[in-house]
Every structure is written in C-alpha cells, then in structure tokens.
Write a protein that binds this ligand. Structure first.
Ligand SMILES: Cc1cc2nc3c(=O)[nH]c(=O)nc-3n(C[C@H](O)[C@H](O)[C@H](O)COP(=O)(O)OP(=O)(O)OC[C@H]3O[C@@H](n4cnc5c(N)ncnc54)[C@H](O)[C@@H]3O)c2cc1C
Ligand code: SF4
Length: 511
C-alpha cells in the first residue's frame, strides 16, 4: 500500500521510525507551516535553526533516493497547517496510508489520531525509538510506585545501557551520583572558552532572510546566528564540548556569571531535541572521555545523568500524565507575567541578565532557567500557563514534552510534587552564593525588608507562609516553618508589607 510519510521539524534523524520500510512508490512530506511557527511566538533563532536544519535534512534524504516533497513557508500554495498540507499532498497521490513517528506534543498526537476519521485514511503512528526509554517502559517502571524519583529511574537506565557500570553491575567509582562535588560557586574572574560559530551556506542565509522578514514581531534577536544546522556540524560541537569543556562541567554546573551565558554547558539540547544528535551516542562519547582519563568522573557522571536520567525522565512524566498534567496549578498561581520577562527592564540584575541571555541567544543555562526566572515565577505566584508559554516560546530547545515538566513540575511545583520532593524555592542568598550578579545589582541580597532589600528574600518567606497549608507536612521543610514561626508577628508583618510593595512596583514596572 502506498504511503505518505510526514517528517516533523524535530525528527531530523536518518534512523527515524517513520522512514522504516519506505518503498519506491511511497513519498515523504516535510513542510514549514505558519501554524506551528506561531501557535506560540517562537524565538526567531529557533525558527531559523529548524527551517535551515529541515532544508538540509530534506536535501540529504533526496540525495539518498527518497521521493520527497518539501513545502517552504513562502510557497504560494502553502496552506499554513499540517492538515492542509497533508490533504493537499493526498489529492495528487495514490497514498492510502499515513505514517508518522509519534510527535513531541500531546496536541499533535491527537491531531494525527483524528485523521483516521477526518481524512479517511489509515494512520500509523510509530514509536520514537531515538529515546532511550519508551513511553510503555516508563509506564511499567512507574506502575505501583508512590513516588517517581528521577534518581531511581536513572539507575535503571544506567544498568540497561551499561553506562558507567562495572562488570559486577555496580556503578563505576562506587557511587551512582557525584552531585555533591558539582555545586562549587564561581571563582573570581570566571569565564569560559569561546564557542563554535558555523559558517552560513546559501540555505541558511536564505532562511535567515525569510525569518527576518516574516517573524520580526517575535521576541528575540535573530543574529548573530551560530547554530549547527546539520548532523555533521552538531557532531563538531559535541566533540568540541567533550574534548575541551566537559572536564569542567561538573564543578561549575550550577554557577552563573554575568556576561557568560554558556559557561561549561554543552549547548546540545537543540540538536538532541531536533534529532541531529542521538542521546546514546552522546552518553557513550562522554563515558569514553572518562575511560581515557580525559574528564573526571564527577563531570562525566553529572553530564550523563542529565541525558540518560533527566531527559528521559521528563519525557516519561509528560506522556504518563498528559492531558491532565497540562491543567495542573497546585498553588493556584495566577499573577500576570510581568513585562520584564520580555524586556529585561528590571533592577533585579539576575533576572535582567537571564532575560538578556534568552533574548540574544534563545538560550540560558539550566540554573538560570530554574533558579532565576523560574524561581521568581514560583515565589511571585505567576500564572503557570503564561510562564509555560514564555518558556516554550523563548528557547531554541523548547518542545512541550520537555518544557512542560521542567517548567510546571520542576520550576513551579505546579504538579504538586509528581516530579520534585519539594519546591525549588530559594531566597536571594542562593543566587548571591552561586553567581556574581548581586555585585552589580541595585538590591542587597542580605536585606529582606527596606528600600534596597532583594525582592527574592521577602518573596521567599511570603511564598512559604501563604502556602503553609500545602507544604507544612513536607518532610524536607520543617526547619523553614520553624524559622518563620521564630520571626514573630512584627517581622512577619514587615515581610508581608514588603511583598505588597514588591507587587505594587511590579505592577508599576519599576521593580
Ligand atoms: C524551567 C525550565 C525549562 C526548561 N525547558 C527546556 C526545554 O524546553 N527544552 C530542553 O531541552 N530543556 C529544557 N530545560 C532543561 C535544561 O535547562 C536544558 O536542557 C539545558 O539548559 C540545555 O542546555 P545545554 O544543552 O547546554 O545543557 P547541559 O547543561 O549541557 O546538559 C546536557 C543535556 O542534558 C539534557 N538535560 C539537562 N537537564 C535537563 C532537564 N532538566 N530536562 C531535560 N533534559 C535535560 C539536555 O539535553 C542537555 O542538552 C528546562 C529547564 C527548566 C528549569
Ligand atoms: S540582589 Fe537579589 S535581585 Fe539582585 S541580583 Fe542578587 S538575587 Fe538578584
């Protein structure tokens, strides 16, 4: 039976399951559609990266002999949606079957499933075998467990793939996790190596012109544009990271430094998520660096845990709990997202820095996402939907399967503890310890009340106090509530007053 096979923008892997068993009559469809580029206003760098990577991948498939139809955004007949393009493609073909690899968003999965009825065609949605844990396997692991802790899942994955495992089944070095060694604050004058910038060929230049023209009203700077746009370039970046940067990854994983968006992070999430790199090859290359004494165990284990552990785990959580997950809002957080998330126009140096990195690079590293913009959103009670939409729009690696659990679950504790054992709430002291931002800030991280007090401090206590009924029985928080009680009424009232002033300033755009 002739089939039409759709390849999505984040499925740019030669091994993608939708290509398996392709015969000469089958044809492959790839399309740039406005609906997907704008259902949230994606960062222009993300759109340019994906369109250029798609066009390069399409050329690769054509050169390998596939019968490929590629629809560009500016093709006159482009209907602007997947459904419109699939209908258009079906009109001129004999295809009786639609084949696709499972998408990274629940919304699209439901769309494809519905085509069986609405398009009257057989629909084959295949598993995405690029992930190291299938959705069924995760479901089986989760079955009957009271808590789904990443650490235990990660150990299973280490054993399954034999990564950093001795012959006797024990973890290399005797411990599963070396995170205690990975929390060093930044040394004075810390900076990182210059990162790779790839030369732009004709395809990328054409895409940059298109994006500049069509998405000028989206948040973020399109240029300079440094992204790898094919597998070959992504591998160059990966090798550069493993050789030169991975040795320092662990020690300084949680640091934040002014003017240094990347530090010792790998910058490969966009390539992994789009399919230019595969997670197992990345873990194996990192393991090899350890075995060849090119990187220490705490760095290699910490890096592998992010991919073999966290990345697979958040995907498992997403598919296990959708669609209910998307509607969760444990703390009933509803305050509108302040404008400074788009403008960086705030006196809080840490937030301004994180937003500037985001605007300029479509990137900020994990700790800035979690402990600065995420932490502020949690403490201030910002609307969980608006916060999620922001994260989905502004990062080049953002797809709902990975963005939602990280934002709603990890940063906002909006899932009430499915992912975390307690909220990642922190006062300004944490940011002061792990960054040099406070040295350049108009606010004082040592003050909780008063005109110059760091807003994170009063907001932290107010968050704990106003959510006491939901958090007081959390076994990791008793000392927090003991301290709050010790403050006494006068100090507690001063904190409440401070928080009212913070919210007034936020409303008046002078925070
Ligand atoms: C609020 C919030 C939103 C996030 N949204 C996204 C998102 O939309 N897309 C995304 O890929 N990651 C997201 N993350 C996770 C993480 O911040 C990014 O994967 C990471 O910053 C990417 O940069 P890097 O490649 O330099 O990562 P590194 O720090 O070098 O880590 C290596 C790799 O590990 C994986 N990884 C690390 N942490 C996580 C995690 N928590 N979840 C999943 N994978 C992880 C990534 O593939 C990453 O490339 C989010 C985190 C938070 C706190
Ligand atoms: S003082 Fe507070 S607001 Fe300013 S940079 Fe430090 S943590 Fe951020």
């Amino acid at each position: 039976m002739t089939s039409l096979r759709l390849i999505l923008g984040d499925q740019l892997s030669a091994s993608i399951s939708s290509l398996e068993g392709t015969s000469a009559e089958d044809f492959i469809l790839m399309c740039e559609v406005m609906e997907e580029a704008t259902y949230v206003k994606h960062h222009p760098k993300k759109i340019a990266f994906l369109f250029s990577a798609m066009r390069h991948f399409a050329d690769q498939l054509k050169n390998s002999g596939y019968n490929l139809r590629y629809v560009r955004l500016d093709d006159l007949q482009n209907t602007g949606s997947f459904e419109g393009e699939v209908r258009r493609a079906l009109k001129n073909s004999e295809a009786k079957e639609f084949i696709v690899t499972e998408p990274g968003e629940y919304r699209l999965l439901k769309t494809f499933e519905a085509w069986k009825t609405s398009l009257g065609i057989s629909v084959d949605i295949r598993p995405d075998c690029r992930f190291l844990c299938s959705t069924d396997e995760f479901k089986a692991w989760a079955e009957g467990r009271r808590q789904l802790r990443m650490e235990y899942f990660y150990r299973e994955m280490r054993k399954k793939y034999g990564i950093l495992i001795e012959n006797n089944g024990e973890p290399v070095g005797g411990q599963w996790n070396y995170d205690k060694k990975n929390r060093k604050p930044p040394p004075h004058g810390m900076s990182s190596l210059k990162r790779i910038s790839h030369a732009k060929d004709f395809i990328t230049k054409e895409v940059l012109a298109l994006v500049k023209n069509r998405f000028a009203n989206h948040f973020g700077n399109l240029e300079p544009f440094h992204f790898a746009i094919n597998r070959e370039q992504a591998l160059i970046e990966l090798d550069h990271f493993i050789r030169n940067i991975l040795p320092h990854f662990g020690d300084y994983q949680d640091c934040m430094v002014s003017g240094e968006p990347y530090l010792y992070h790998s910058l490969i999430s966009s390539y992994l998520n789009a399919g230019l790199l595969l997670p197992l090859e990345v873990c194996q290359k990192a393991e090899k660096a350890y075995l060849k004494n090119q990187a220490p165990l705490n760095a290699v284990e910490g890096f592998i845990r992010q991919i073999l552990g966290w990345r697979e785990y958040v995907r498992g959580i997403y598919w296990l709990h959708m669609p209910k997950y998307g509607a969760m809002n444990y703390f009933n957080a509803t305050k509108p997202l302040p404008e400074f998330y788009w403008t960086a126009d705030t006196k809080m140096a840490c937030v301004a820095e994180a937003v500037r990195h985001t605007r300029d690079h479509a990137y900020s590293h994990h700790i800035q996402r979690l402990m600065v913009t995420g932490n502020f959103a949690l403490l201030a009670g910002l609307d969980v939907k608006q916060v999620q939409e922001w994260y989905l729009a502004v990062y080049s690696d953002a797809y709902e399967w990975v963005e939602m659990p990280n934002t709603l679950g990890m940063a906002l504790f909006g899932d009430g503890g499915i992912m975390g054992s307690k909220p990642y709430a922190a006062s300004g002291k944490y940011i002061h310890k792990m960054s040099n931002f406070c040295n350049r800030c108009g606010y004082d991280p040592d003050q909780t009340t008063g005109g110059n007090a760091c807003p994170f401090n009063a907001l932290y206590w107010d968050f704990m106090a106003r959510n006491q009924d939901k958090l007081k029985n959390n076994h990791r928080l008793p000392y927090v509530y003991a301290t709050w009680d010790k403050f006494g009424t006068q100090k507690q009232q001063a904190i409440k007053k401070q928080v009212d002033e913070i919210f007034t300033k936020m409303k008046n755009k002078i925070l």
